[in-house]
Design a protein. Structure first.
Length: 61
């Protein structure tokens, strides 16, 4: 996928992580993410969310 787009080392898996993290930051409910992403449990959703990015949202350095 990344090769086609000219982005080295980009995979569909990376895109799922990015999507889940951005959706979480936008306030999407974990149950909605679970259904949209096809995950079996909310715990699986959270494995895809970058918790550090979520925790640091809005932090100014």
């Amino acid at each position: 996928m990344g090769k086609r787009l000219g982005i080295p080392n980009l995979s569909a898996h990376d895109c799922r992580h990015y999507w889940a993290t951005r959706a979480t930051l936008a306030g999407t409910h974990p149950k909605a993410l679970q259904q949209a992403g096809g995950w079996n449990s909310p715990a699986m959703v959270m494995r895809y969310v970058n918790e550090t990015e979520v925790a640091n949202e809005g932090v100014m350095l």
